[in-house]
Design a protein around this ligand. Structure first.
Ligand SMILES: [Zn+2]
Length: 93
């Protein structure tokens, strides 16, 4: 059973599911286009959703509509953010 009080960022949709086990707080998706590799290793553009989900803990999902993607905890997302910042600084951007 989830806490029925929505966090400020919750879109208020997924937490209204009929079945309790399907309920969780979820943000509005933020779309972006990234480059991924197809099965043959060729680069292709893919539209992905960036979504926060509160279930057993706070997760960040980045993936395609067919559910291919990456889901990490908000702590791991913060660490990734820091590491990407260090890499970008090294690149001089
Ligand atoms: Zn909610």
């Amino acid at each position: 059973m989830i806490d029925t009080t929505c966090p400020t960022w919750c879109a208020g949709v997924q937490c209204q599911e009929e079945l309790p086990e399907d309920r969780h707080h979820q943000s509005e998706p933020d779309q972006m286009v990234i480059r991924i590799r197809d099965r043959d290793g060729h680069p292709v553009n893919a539209e992905v959703d960036l979504v926060a989900t509160l279930e057993d803990e706070l997760w960040i999902w980045m993936g395609t509509a067919d559910r291919q993607g990456l889901e990490i905890t908000v702590g791991s997302a913060r660490y990734l953010h820091t590491r990407l910042g260090v890499l970008i600084e090294k690149l001089g951007w």
